[in-house]
Design a protein around this ligand. Structure first.
Ligand SMILES: Nc1ncnc2c1ncn2[C@@H]1O[C@H](COP(=O)(O)OP(=O)(O)O)[C@@H](O)[C@H]1O
Ligand SMILES: [Mg+2]
Length: 230
């Protein structure tokens, strides 16, 4: 594993749903290994199972069969409680709809993952780090604002700062530019790429848009419930 952290291993991962008496196979026996300090794009059409796969990688969901491992540690074999703790400590999430907590200020949103992972109220060190992160996304002056005062692009920049707050092994982004206009989306994408690279993190981003292929280190395609590297 040549020293990198946050390596993702999919070991015969299958996910199916029962619907109206029928089985719907979304991911069919997928095996792959990726994410050694790289920017990985998971490309696939709407409904191809991208969010399903990302949620499995991030421990938000568990496979029907097979196993997901991070640095050789099986998320699948953990209890729900262990997986929750692991997720809080080691993953950062960026979602299409930003998912900021509306009743918390911008800085409180950025500090929240650290509070959850550590189980205590923010210390001055945590607050300092939140401000550094907000500065890195150009929003230090908005620290005391509530999310609904910010534009979509600004909200997503806050979400990026939040995703990096607990110094995660892996940042997982699900269509992070999906709710933004093209120019804003490009800026958000560049920022996500820059900041995760600078921090030496793996970034796994899900999208249906071929436009991002150029910036990725690796592109994986999801089609017909299978993952291919071409
Ligand atoms: N909880 C669920 N129950 C039943 N079907 C689901 C569930 N979640 C996702 N699906 C189905 O799995 C397929 C893949 O969904 P999803 O992973 O959201 O695709 P994508 O993110 O690529 O658009 C879709 O057909 C969707 O309807
Ligand atoms: Mg999706």
């Amino acid at each position: 594993m040549n020293g990198c952290r946050g390596m993702i291993t999919l070991n015969h991962v299958t996910k199916s749903y029962q619907e109206a008496g029928a089985t719907r196979l979304v991911l069919n026996d997928i095996s792959a290994e990726f994410g050694c300090g790289e920017f990985v794009v998971l490309l696939g059409k709407s409904g191809s199972g991208k969010s399903t796969l990302l949620n499995l990688i991030g421990g938000l969901d568990t496979p029907t069969a097979g196993e997901v491992l991070i640095d050789g540690q099986s998320l699948t074999r953990m209890s729900d409680h262990e997986r929750t703790l692991f997720r809080r400590r080691h993953f950062g999430f960026v979602f299409q709809a930003f998912n900021l907590i509306p009743t918390l200020t911008v800085e409180e949103n950025v500090m929240l993952p650290v509070e959850l992972a550590n189980g205590h109220r923010p210390t001055s060190a945590i607050a300092r780090r939140a401000h550094e992160l907000l500065a890195s996304v150009g929003l230090e002056s908005r620290a005391r604002s509530f999310p609904d005062r910010l534009s979509g692009g600004e909200q997503q920049r806050v979400a990026i700062a939040r995703a990096l707050a607990n110094d995660p092994l892996v940042v997982l982004a699900d269509e992070p530019t999906g709710n933004l206009d093209a120019d804003t989306g490009k800026r958000v994408l560049d920022l996500l790429d820059q900041l995760t690279r600078r921090a030496g993190k793996n970034l796994v981003m899900v999208t249906h848009s071929e436009e991002v292929i150029g910036v990725a280190d690796r592109v994986l395609r999801l089609r017909d419930a299978s993952l291919s590297t071409t």
